[in-house]
Design a protein around this ligand. Structure first.
Ligand SMILES: [Zn+2]
Length: 330
């Protein structure tokens, strides 16, 4: 894909992923230290990797085992192509520590598992045997765990390759290129997500309003700042937008609109941009950037969504003036 068929969005994501890639593989760089010292743990840079998803761009990055100090035994994909938690679901329930690192179960010579209770038959024994078989040829080493980029021909990260993969992943399936939320949003490192993953963070409160737990639904739909922007967008597009409580609800709303496809596509761009703007605003607070000011959030949604939509729909004839007035008016 090239020219207007390629996506600006994929390109910008690729650049972001490059930073993340460096974060993972060059822990001694000054900026990596900086992020670690002034944000929660990894600043959210690595959380997207800790998923069991085989969709999206992170499927191209795989853990390569070293000393097992940074890979979670049950909850990371490190042996085979799914998490052990999913593969041995019954065993997982009786594991003594579900957040254990791989190294916690290695005594230097062999694997030592601990369970919360004894079992002497049935599925648990079968699964324990399978697990032992799976791991019998796996040994920890002295070098640190690392990450391997499995797209393309190189082991390392290439922006061009990533951009292609993103385009492939997003463009044909969703039809709507700006649905970054489908791919990325569900797993973003909100404070709630970080807390659930056992990261030691100073507060789980929303950084924007300090009033509620910062989870995805709060941040994007029920936080006071989010509500204000949704309200302004509703006025702008002259549609009744009811309150959403989840990303899925919001997507279903767009999909269910009885309007022509191009208008749905525009609304989808607008909604996705809104979520992206809120996330950027939130991150600016975390990193102390303050680039995205509260007063210009709505204006940012209007202008960014126009650029994104136009970049993706070369034949779209809507002008900036029309867009400003109401992008979905007939
Ligand atoms: Zn809030």
């Amino acid at each position: 894909m090239s020219g207007c068929h390629s996506s600006l969005e994929s390109f910008s994501h690729s650049l972001l992923y490059k930073w993340r890639w460096q974060f993972l593989n060059s822990p001694n760089l000054l900026w990596v230290d900086l992020i670690k010292s002034c944000s929660e743990s990894d600043g959210g840079f690595c959380m997207a990797l800790r998923s069991n998803s085989k969709k999206g761009v992170w499927m191209g990055i795989v853990n390569t085992l070293g000393n097992g100090h940074s890979i979670r035994l049950w909850n990371d994909v490190w042996c085979g192509d799914i998490m052990l938690r999913a593969r041995f679901s019954r065993l997982y329930v009786v594991a003594s520590d579900v957040d254990a690192l791989v190294s916690d179960y290695w005594d230097g010579q062999d694997w030592r598992f601990q369970w919360v209770r004894n079992f002497d038959g049935g599925v648990l024994v079968d699964q324990a045997l399978q697990l032992r078989n799976l791991l019998q040829s796996v040994h920890l080493s002295a070098r640190r765990d690392s990450w391997l980029w499995s797209f393309g021909y190189e082991d390392t990260f290439l922006v061009k390759e990533t951009r292609l993969q993103l385009d492939r992943a997003i463009l044909p399936s969703g039809g709507l290129a700006t649905r970054w939320n489908r791919v990325v949003l569900i797993r973003i490192p909100t404070r709630d997500n970080l807390d659930r993953r056992g990261l030691d963070i100073d507060s789980v409160l929303c950084l924007v309003c300090q009033q509620a737990r910062e989870d995805i639904n709060h941040l994007f739909f029920t936080c006071s700042v989010a509500l204000q922007i949704w309200f302004k967008v509703a006025k702008w597009v002259e549609l009744h937008i009811h309150s959403f409580f989840s990303v899925e609800e919001q997507l279903q709303w767009v999909d269910g609109l009885t309007t022509v496809r191009s208008k749905r596509s525009i609304l989808d761009s607008v909604c996705s941009t809104l979520l992206w703007v809120l996330w950027t605003f939130r991150n600016d607070i975390v990193f102390g950037n303050k680039k995205m000011k509260k007063e210009i959030l709505f204006d940012s949604v209007v202008s960014f969504s126009f650029n994104w939509y136009r970049a993706r729909n070369c034949k779209a004839s809507i002008s900036w003036t029309e867009w400003l007035k109401n992008p979905v008016i007939n």
